[in-house]
Design a binder for this molecule. Structure first.
Ligand SMILES: Cc1cc2nc3c(=O)[nH]c(=O)nc-3n(C[C@H](O)[C@H](O)[C@H](O)COP(=O)(O)OP(=O)(O)OC[C@H]3O[C@@H](n4cnc5c(N)ncnc54)[C@H](O)[C@@H]3O)c2cc1C
Ligand code: FES
Length: 259
């Protein structure tokens, strides 16, 4: 088999596709060589027919030869991707970025807000103490809830929160996190920036380490164009790093949150 170089684009065959909630698509893409080396928290950069820029989408899961991605239709690019049919080939650069660091001795809270829930699944599956860990998934309302059963199969308990109380716990993921934080050793989160900031504050107050997966607009996806700069601090010194290459996962205490 030909060796794939790190940033070569590669064909992935779409082997499964479904709409799991309104406007949210679940795709399984086959490429045995690259599926094997993909880690939780990494992302794929997908070429969209007719568009110059690729679209970054997190890896939701890896099953044998396939990578699973779950995305919401946001604009034209994701709409075109949602119309891909089984048997079609998509052009991906993958896997990209650094993933989460997992400690096999730790119990975790995996927190996903909205379309930030998918990358938490492969992470939870890769964790040795998953059956002693929690998933906390936050959505706007009942019709937006995704992946609850997938997480139920993996973790000790899945807590779903909805902003309007139409399903699960009424409130935000932070309400649920405050209830269980004493039972876990570390928190990993992906979702909207205000949610990540609030999660990070709770962790800091409770002296629990926290890793967050950040989202920024991207150009190249490989550290060459500076589009995805984010501010971080190390020992009082602030610097800009690339979300695509140095992240998307960062230690929460190192992120300089914009107000
Ligand atoms: C590391 C990473 C992982 C992501 N994982 C997921 C995921 O698992 N599921 C999911 O639904 N979405 C995810 N996103 C967001 C997804 O990339 C955007 O929703 C998508 O690029 C929008 O493209 P569009 O053409 O449909 O929308 P448009 O708004 O038409 O896009 C116009 C341009 O802006 C960029 N853009 C727009 N919104 C975003 C955004 N939120 N983040 C980055 N670039 C954006 C697009 O890539 C495109 O270049 C992720 C983003 C990043 C950075
Ligand atoms: S997207 Fe080009 S440097 Fe990150």
């Amino acid at each position: 088999m030909k060796q794939v170089k790190k940033y070569d684009s590669q064909p992935f065959e779409l082997v499964k596709s479904s709409e799991i909630a309104e406007g949210i698509f679940d795709l399984e893409l086959k490429n045995p060589q690259l599926a094997k080396i993909t880690k939780p928290g990494q992302f794929v950069h997908i070429a969209v027919p007719g568009k110059v820029l690729r679209r970054p989408i997190s890896v939701c899961d890896v099953n044998g030869d396939t990578i699973r991605i779950v995305f919401r239709i946001k604009g034209e690019g994701t709409r075109i991707l949602s119309e891909t049919r089984v048997g079609d080939k998509l052009d991906l650069i993958a896997p990209l970025g650094n993933g989460f660091e997992i400690n096999n001795d730790k119990k975790y809270a995996f927190i996903g807000g909205g379309i930030g829930a998918p990358p938490m699944l492969y992470l939870a599956k890769s964790c040795a103490k998953a059956k002693e860990s929690y998933a906390i998934l936050g959505f706007a309302n009942k019709s937006a809830v995704i992946l609850e059963n997938d997480f139920n199969d993996v973790v000790k308990k899945t807590i779903v929160t909805t902003d309007d109380g139409s399903y699960g716990v009424h409130g935000f993921v932070t309400t649920a996190l405050a209830e269980i934080i004493d039972e876990v050793d570390e928190v990993c989160a992906c979702g909207p920036t205000p949610m990540l900031k609030a999660v990070s504050e709770i962790c800091s107050k409770n002296q629990k380490p926290c890793q967050v997966s950040l989202e920024e607009r991207m150009g190249c996806g490989i550290g060459a164009c500076l589009v995805c700069a984010c501010k971080v601090k190390h020992g009082g010194e602030e610097e800009y790093l690339h979300v695509c290459k140095n992240g998307p996962v960062f230690k929460a205490e190192e992120v300089v949150w914009n107000d």
